[in-house]
Design a protein around this ligand. Sequence first.
Ligand code: PGA
Length: 381
Amino acid sequence: MPRKPIVGGNWKCNPKTLEEAQKLIGEWKNQVPLDKRKIDVFACPMMPHLLKVKLPMEKLGISACAQNCSKTGEGAFTGEVSAAQLKDARVQWTLLGHSERRTKYGETDEEVAEKVSQALAAGLKVVLAIGELLDEREASKTDEVNERMLKPVVAKVKEEDWSRIVIAYEPVWAIGTGKVATPEQAEETHAAIRAYMAKAVSEDVAEKVRIQYGGSVTVDNCAELIKKPNIDGFLVGGASLKASFMEIVQKSTPPPVLKKPKWSKITDLNPTTKGFNCMLKCTKAAAQVEGTEGVFEAVCGDDTGMCTVSFRNKDLCDICKEGASLRMQNAAVRMVKGGYMRLVVDKWSAFKPADEPVDFEVKTSNDVSSVEYELVDAWPD
Ligand code: PGA
């Protein structure tokens, strides 16, 4: 089973006003909608904003994620927000162990592990950030540091609870610096993290746990990174404060799986047929239709009947030569009359030379020229 990609936006202590936060969500709304079946998306506004923009975000299919939670529960812990309080506020996710928490607020590996355990106990899902400093990378200690950070978490988390944890590998030297890890560097480290998980927890968890990459991810570099087999998405900082964050989401969404075409015969058609695929032999080369601006037409057929094929793309005339073997996929059927039909090549269709010559005799007894039809006026752009 391939892992479902997951992309998150870490807004950190931004933006300054609630109005700006709301405006950003409005801008995301105007982008291409995300497909929740194919990708998980979360965003982490700072706490007061989080609760205000949570609903509009969720309407876009984006889960609310806190940036931190307390290692303690409720009580005399001034300034803290407990995991259970987050859960009670219907926040489903929390980010934990971000490098800024570790380096600027002195959170230790043990404390982060304690927070993970609190969050899981409260029923939250966790994005666990790990990653090495520049001097640690230069000293070839990247894997060692990641394992050091994961180890106390591994010790505290039950195997079945790893399904509620996403690991965000964020090399600290890449965060906010514009110096993104190369796809090869990131892939190598992600693979090492997965190998550690296999050893420290289980093969099954290692196979299933999603590992995000974070650190200067942008619209321009995400497509190359997501191609790597062990990179399952991104934790995005600076670029998540822009409308184009949704483009990162789009680029991280797996492309649609192309179905194998099912080939049919002209006689199997009716006028409501959609997505018709057929093998054709051109009997009359394409030419511009008289009296039209840029509409071209060829006469083709199979062993059951004849058809005219219309298109607006002049380049297709090159493949529509007399005797050419052609394959048509996802054609729009505009008219069917006995053994005749009319196909239109629109932007959703493919009209190409056949991989191998088609070996049937075209049934020419039906004279397509006598068929009356109307020219279609609804042409695609
Ligand atoms: P960045 O931040 O994308 O701005 O580098 C990433 C992060 O801190 O999670």
